[in-house]
Design a protein. Structure first.
Lengths: 290, 394, 337
């Protein structure tokens, strides 16, 4: 029983990180129907900037804030420098552009900081908390808390603010949105920036647990994409739920002795879910968007 | 500097033009070099998951070639280095090997950093009769013997032997394995299981794995913790994940001591893992503990010299994999000197006659039947992390 | 749902005024012309190639070009994104290796059987998977590819695991195929044949049906096209061809690792199609050439490699979103007018 609980806690932590990255995917997808393959690397950029700021002698909270803002700036730059100039190139060319952007981000980071591993201190110490025989690292709580906060804020943002609604309108029908006086370009820019910000939040939150290095975005980005699709692309709650399902499944597999095939089983699960629910768990049904 | 940049731009444009017109993709990276330079090819895994190994080797070899050239090179000729990065991709390693032997026409190749990439290149070495000196250390590289492949690091069987000796000596007879499913982790796990079966004094009572890229191994360690028999935990991997394992191990309050693979031996490890690494044990190459070695150790002088040189140029301390790069070049240059030529067959013969050559990780001896640089006793030293430092222990 | 309606059809229909007989002749000429040109190019390369390394690159490009053409049929014409084609490549490679090295089959039989097996697998999973749209389909194929990759990495007893496995040199009719020079002609012949077949397929009724598939399904269905049957069929053919080339690549190189089955390899394959030009058969060949050669050209840049690679991808897509070949063709047409 303790074991099961431990697996759930570990899985939820890992899953929250996947969920945070998945949220970044969803934001960008909602605004431009593009899968941003640089999402994982935006996460990496956030972690690396935070480490650099800390190494420069500034306190940890400052490093965390600067790191997350750095991710947002990288997201803005990605849109301004590569997505906007491409205009209405269509989704696949835009996906290739994000793939190129991922390589550029990785290349720049390697030129500045090399390919080594870097760590960030845990936000509130390393002393593990024992609870009902279950071990929880304080940083896990930070990860969970940040994910929850992000979901709450995003939900509020999209349901109750004008800008949030404008973004939703842009995603549903860009032409109509433009007619309504919404600056759709600005909305897309905002989403790329927000996506970068969310990625960076994940990046700084996980750096104390799993470290950061130039290639860290590759695997985490892939897992985030899986989580986003699993939840139903375009759905925020779905992204987080997708991430949690993925994280808990993986951990359970490892815990009950099938770590060799844990990723394979996760992918199999996704195949089965997609076959029975072709639009993911919480994907919008009905009219197909062409 | 500007001049060099111009050269570089020119060579890039030249390359693209050449590629467009005749598939000709020669490279002229460096400024023109005397026509009779000795050409040595180097392939390292400097990007991708194996970059931890390859980057160290690349930096070391570049540094040492510069140093050697300042001292007059070899055979009175300068050494010209043709270096490529295989990106942890075996197919690419093979293509680069092909390129080195047919396009760059090098006399000898050092590479690559990982076992699959070396295996992929070995076949090209045999077909084109160019000696290949590998910096990877799995047993499969030398058993069966591949005629044109020589291996620098001692193989994983010997390295794990040092750990197992230590376990047996301290009566930690029941161990748990926690290995990565990467190539290295898998090979090491096989060796550990074989070794355990053969020796009988160290029994594997738990056998867990995790995948490359995993960010938390608490689940596997929880299972190990609940196994009452386990007296020691052995982690087989390299890179950042052993540091994650170390932290999870400490957080879960596991009493059984943590042993790590010799491939984790780098100053970065205790730095990444933090206080959690206190008490972790691992066998390390001489280069890591050169200060603690007795003056009688044959490798001490050379290792100290190299460490100073390396620190001057790169402002960081070298670790075990730097040593493999150093010794790879050392063995190569020694063979070129003795062969007196750069002919492939002559170099192979000279390599096979390498005797008592002291490097920074130990002494090298090859023969026609032994391409693994056989040493009767392992060159590794058992250490424990104390106050963030590698301290030699009994 | 992705919008690929802009993909350029390679052949414009002939002017209506042309008499039927002439039109037919012009048609077949237009169809044969590029094939002959490609044949000439293939024949010329060995004359220009300076070393065995160039021939090696040429063989690799040829192998990738066939895969890119087969993938382009799926992506460019049927509008179905596959991020799992590296998995099919690996089935061909490992199938050939395992059947010949472990079970003593003749390598060519192993190659044939594993290609058919890949086709059958694609056929079996095709029906449920291909109902998915856009990124969901991309995800499902990615999952399929990853599962294949993980099985290959994990079943060490069968595949040698991450350390890879070796194949012995293939001997056909007493000739040892041990050099890039010899393999070049085999791969060249397969490429030419595939190219010819693909061009014909694109113009044949099934090609028109395929192109209809990229539009809204309802439209194609109302035109009497059996959507899922056509999609599944093209998916299976594409998978079998990809596996065949995977096997040829394995026999050629003599050493394979699971790396060739991983996600990045699938991305590279799709990159060939998009860079060259979706829906352009010739574009697939050009794309394969570029993606195969780029890392080799850029390797002299050392630490700037990934940066420059990324910038190139971005620039090509910003300035030529339809891909190199369709955009260039468009420019030439514009220039002529």
């Amino acid at each position: 029983m303790t074991e099961l609980l431990q697996y759930v806690i570990t899985g939820v932590t890992v899953g929250s990180i996947y969920g945070l990255i998945a949220l970044g995917f969803v934001l960008v997808y909602n605004s431009s129907h593009v899968i941003n393959f640089a999402q994982g690397d935006l996460q990496m950029v956030g972690g690396m900037i935070a480490v650099a700021v800390l190494t420069a002698g500034l306190p940890l909270p400052v490093a965390v804030v600067v790191g997350t803002l750095g991710g947002a700036v990288a997201g803005f730059l990605l849109y301004k420098a590569a997505i906007e100039p491409a205009g209405d190139a269509g989704p696949l060319p835009l996906v290739v552009i994000t793939l190129g952007a991922a390589l550029v981000l990785r290349g720049v980071v390697e030129l500045i900081w090399g390919r080594g591993y870097y760590s960030l201190p845990a936000f509130s110490g390393d002393e593990a908390i024992q609870f009902l025989g279950v071990t929880i690292v304080p940083q896990s709580l930070w990860v969970l808390g940040l994910t929850a906060a992000v979901v709450v804020v995003l939900t509020y943002f999209f349901n109750s603010t004008k800008t949030g609604k404008a973004i939703l309108a842009t995603s549903i029908d860009p032409d109509a949105a433009t007619l309504m006086g919404i600056n759709t370009r600005r909305m897309k820019l905002l989403c790329f920036g927000l996506g970068g910000f969310l990625g960076a939040v994940a990046g700084v939150a996980i750096a104390p647990i799993a470290f950061t290095y130039s290639m860290v975005g590759l695997m985490l980005g892939l897992k985030g994409f899986v989580a986003a699709v699993l939840g139903g692309l375009g759905n925020f709650k779905g992204a987080v739920i997708g991430g949690l399902i993925l994280g808990v499944t993986e951990t359970m597999m490892s815990g009950y002795g099938a770590s060799d095939y844990k990723d394979a089983i996760a992918f199999l699960l996704i195949l089965v879910i997609l076959i029975f629910m072709p639009r993911g768990l919480l994907g919008a049904s009905g009219v197909e968007r062409v | 500097m500007k001049r060099q940049n111009q050269e570089r731009t020119k060579s890039i444009v030249g390359n693209i033009l050449k590629a467009a017109f005749g598939l000709s993709i020669g490279v002229m990276t460096t400024v023109s070099i005397a026509a009779d330079a000795v050409k040595i090819g180097v392939v390292t895994t400097s990007t991708g998951p194996g970059s931890y190994l390859g980057e160290a080797e690349e930096k070391t070899i570049k540094l040492m070639v510069d140093t050697l050239n300042k001292q007059g090179g070899v055979l009175g000729r300068k050494i010209e280095l043709v270096h490529y990065d295989d990106g942890t991709n075996a197919d690419r390693a093979r293509t680069l090997m092909q390129r080195l032997v047919t396009e760059d026409e090098v006399s000898l190749v050092i590479g690559s950093s990982t076992t699959p990439n070396t295996l992929s290149m070995a076949d090209v070495a045999t077909r084109s009769k160019v000696p290949l000196i590998s910096m990877a250390g799995a047993k499969v590289l030398t058993e069966p013997l591949r005629p044109w492949l020589f291996v620098i690091p001692e193989n994983d069987v010997m390295a794990l032997g040092v750990m197992f000796d230590h376990l047996a000596k301290h009566k930690l007879n029941n161990v748990a394995l926690l290995s990565s499913t990467s190539g290295f982790g898998r090979a090491a796990r096989e060796v550990a299981l074989e070794l355990s079966a053969k020796r009988g004094d160290v029994k594997v009572v738990a056998d867990e794995t995790y995948a490359a890229g995993d960010t938390d191994m608490s689940a596997q360690l929880t299972r190990i913790r609940s196994n009452g028999q386990v007296q020691a935990v052995i982690n087989l991997d390299f890179g950042n994940q052993p540091a994650i394992v170390t932290r999870n191990h400490a957080a879960l309050g596991i009493k059984a001591p943590l042993y790590l693979s010799h491939s984790t031996a780098a100053p970065k490890y205790p730095e990444l893992a933090g206080p959690a690494s206190e008490g972790a044990r691992l066998a390390v190459p001489s280069l890591m503990v050169v200060d603690q070695l007795p003056d009688s150790a044959p490798e001490k002088a050379k290792a100290l010299e190299f460490r100073t040189l390396y620190q001057e140029r790169y402002k960081e301390l070298p670790h075990g994999f730097h040593g493999y790069g150093y010794d790879g070049l050392l063995v190569a240059v020694d063979a070129i000197k003795r062969a007196g030529s750069t002919d492939g067959q002559a170099l192979k013969d000279a390599l096979e006659k390498t005797k008592g050559l002291p490097g920074v990780t130990g002494e090298y001896n090859y023969s026609a039947t032994n391409h693994g640089g056989y040493v009767p006793k392992s060159k590794l030293h058992m250490t424990e992390i104390r106050n963030g430092k590698f301290v030699m222990i009994d | 749902m992705t919008n690929m309606n802009e993909a350029v059809a390679p052949a414009q229909s002939a002017p209506i005024a042309t008499p039927p007989a002439l039109k037919l002749k012009a048609d077949s000429l237009r169809r044969l012309g590029p094939v002959v040109a490609l044949g000439l190019a293939i024949a010329l390369v060995p004359l220009i190639a300076g070393s065995a390394y160039h021939m090696h690159m040429a063989v690799m490009i040829g192998i990738h070009a066939v895969i890119a053409i087969s993938l382009n049929l799926l992506v460019g014409y049927a509008g179905q994104i596959s991020l799992g084609h590296a998995g099919f490549m690996a089935i061909g490679a490992y199938g050939t290796a395992i059947l010949s090295a472990r079970y003593g089959w003749p390598p060519l039989l192993g190659l044939g059987v594993s290609s058919i097996a890949a086709g059958l697998l694609a056929f079996a999973v095709g029906r449920p998977i291909l109902r998915l749209k856009g990124y969901y389909l991309a995800m499902a194929t990615l999952g399929l590819g990853m599962i294949i990759y993980l099985v290959i990495s994990n079943e060490v007893w069968l595949t040698g695991g991450p350390d890879g496995m070796s194949l012995s040199v293939l001997t056909v009719f007493g000739i040892e195929l041990d050099s890039a020079g010899k393999w070049y002609w085999i791969v060249g012949a397969i490429l030419l044949l595939t190219y010819w077949m693909a061009r014909n397929l694109v113009d044949a009724p099934i090609g028109r049906a395929l192109r209809a598939l990229e539009g809204p399904d309802a439209l194609a269905a109302s035109a009497g096209i059996d959507i899922s049957w056509n999609k599944v069929r093209i998916f299976a053919v594409s998978a079998a061809l990809t596996a065949l080339m995977g096997g040829v690549g394995a026999l050629y190189s003599g050493f394979i690792t699971p790396k060739s089955a991983d996600f990045m390899q699938s991305i590279e394959l799709i990159l060939m199609v998009i860079l060259g030009g979706m829906g352009s058969v010739f574009g697939a060949v050009v794309g394969a050439g570029i993606v195969t050669m780029l890392p080799q050209v850029l390797t002299s840049l050392e630490h700037y490699e990934s940066l420059v690679y990324g910038v190139i991808l971005i620039l090509v897509m910003v300035f030529m979103p339809k891909g190199l070949v369709p955009t260039t063709a468009h420019l030439i047409r514009k220039f002529r007018r």
